[in-house]
Design a protein around this ligand. Structure first.
Ligand code: ZN
Length: 109
């Protein structure tokens, strides 16, 4: 039980951090989109697009992690936390400590 409490605390912290990261990235994206009306040479635009692409990747990565973290919290609520979705066996505690949002055991990862 105390393991679950620790896992929940860790997951909630992780969720908050990820949500903040997504917010920051989306705010930066918005700023840049707003600023891009005021133009520059082609080089600047190319550079901007490159940045936008990188940020888009970062946003979707953070959103993915956020979804996984929220799913793990939901599993905690349902009492399924720490159980492999493939074989239904408990996920190794060392693995959960490292990746609290893991939904598969080491064998099925
Ligand atoms: Zn498994």
């Amino acid at each position: 039980m105390s393991d679950e409490t620790a896992a929940r605390a860790q997951l909630e912290k992780q969720r908050d951090e990820l949500a903040q990261r997504v917010d920051r990235l989306q705010a930066a994206e918005h700023d840049e989109t707003a600023a891009s009306g005021n133009v520059a040479g082609e080089t600047d635009n190319a550079h901007k697009w490159e940045n936008a692409e990188i940020r888009e990747g970062q946003i979707s990565e953070a959103l993915d992690e956020l979804r996984q973290t929220e799913a793990a919290l939901a599993r905690l609520d349902e009492g399924n936390f720490g159980v492999c979705v493939i074989c239904g066996k408990p996920i190794e505690p060392e693995r959960l400590e490292l990746i609290p949002e893991a939904v598969r055991c080491e064998k099925h990862a």
